[in-house]
Design a protein around this ligand. Structure first.
Ligand SMILES: *[C@@H]1O[C@H](CO)[C@@H](O)[C@H](O)[C@H]1NC(C)=O
Ligand SMILES: *[C@@H]1O[C@H](CO)[C@@H](O)[C@H](O)[C@H]1NC(C)=O
Ligand SMILES: *[C@@H]1O[C@H](CO)[C@@H](O)[C@H](O)[C@H]1NC(C)=O
Ligand SMILES: *[C@@H]1O[C@H](CO)[C@@H](O)[C@H](O)[C@H]1NC(C)=O
Ligand SMILES: *[C@@H]1O[C@H](CO)[C@@H](O)[C@H](O)[C@H]1NC(C)=O
Ligand SMILES: *[C@@H]1O[C@H](CO)[C@@H](O)[C@H](O)[C@H]1NC(C)=O
Length: 233
């Protein structure tokens, strides 16, 4: 199996949590006006500050006027403990800037074991009812792989549909020279539409599963993720 430098970088970025997903906080001004939580609520989880209206445990976070839930789960089985909300891990919160940085707990992939047999993992982010939108100025949609069609189905009514195609032209080494831009050879990127609170990262057109991949032997796996636009340019 050929090692693709970008895949190695992706693994590294997941490991140290630098492939950030940036979320924008709605109603920040409103949130800041709220009173403080009970004095005995923890203010940090490990090394990460968890400012109110976020909070750890019962009655420590704000239950927002729109039903927004700011509860954070601090997982003590890590040393130091690490804060999570659903499918993502919180790596930083700056209330004043209305930004929450997060990293994935899993990245969508498709892996071929023959030209027409694949295993895939798709992922959806549902931020409806949470105080966040996905930051579309801070993030880009990126896919890494050969002969890949990575898709985003977005918005609750599924009216947003975009993605990108990455092709390798028969040779993974040619496709991913060090430092080359992410522009379709072994890597592709696209911008996101604003106001996204729901999206599903998936593979192929409409999730079809009947295409063959001639690149499967030298590039069996492809990955797709939404991340800080400066992570991979
Ligand atoms: C949380 O608040 C509710 C309503 O005020 C109260 O009934 C409950 O006992 C509180 N729970 C804790 C753990 O303090
Ligand atoms: C904490 O993390 C461990 C290891 O990933 C996991 O098994 C456990 O379910 C987590 N606990 C909570 C409360 O999420
Ligand atoms: C969030 O991520 C942005 C972009 O990488 C970075 O500039 C900022 O310092 C981060 N903030 C926190 C609190 O992690
Ligand atoms: C995959 O391709 C082989 C050879 O063309 C064919 O025999 C097989 O039925 C295909 N499998 C699937 C799941 O389409
Ligand atoms: C994402 O969309 C695909 C295609 O519609 C669907 O098969 C898949 O179950 C969805 N995944 C999630 C996690 O919702
Ligand atoms: C794709 O097709 C293969 C072969 O029919 C099947 O084993 C696999 O579960 C399918 N994957 C998805 C995500 O539908």
């Amino acid at each position: 199996m050929a090692t693709n430098k970008r895949v190695v970088e992706l693994e590294r970025c997941m490991l140290i949590g630098v492939c950030l997903l940036l979320l924008c906080l709605l109603h920040t001004a409103e949130a800041q006006l709220m009173q403080h939580p009970p004095a005995d609520c923890p203010e940090t989880c490990g090394n990460i500050a968890i400012p109110y209206p976020f909070g750890i445990g019962n009655n420590c976070s704000l239950l927002g006027p729109a039903g927004d839930d700011f509860t954070v789960v601090c997982n003590d089985s890590y040393n130091p403990p690490r804060p999570f909300r659903g499918d993502y891990e919180i790596t930083g919160i700056v209330l004043e800037e209305g930004v929450l940085n997060a990293s994935y707990t899993a990245v969508p992939y498709i892996c071929y074991s023959s030209p027409n047999t694949s295993q895939q993992f798709t992922m959806s982010f549902d931020l409806a009812g949470s105080p966040f939108l996905i930051s579309t100025t801070g993030n880009k949609f990126t896919a890494i792989g050969c002969n890949t069609l990575a898709m985003i189905i977005g918005k609750e009514d599924m009216t947003y549909f975009t993605g990108c195609i990455s092709y390798c032209g028969g040779d993974v080494q040619k496709a991913a020279p060090d430092g080359s831009p992410c522009s379709g050879l072994g890597c592709c990127q696209t911008e996101l539409t604003p106001e996204l609170s729901f999206l599903n990262v998936t593979w192929g057109v409409d999730g079809h599963n009947d295409t063959t991949n001639s690149a499967w032997d030298y590039s069996p796996c492809s990955y797709a993720f939404i991340a800080d636009k400066n992570w991979y340019t």
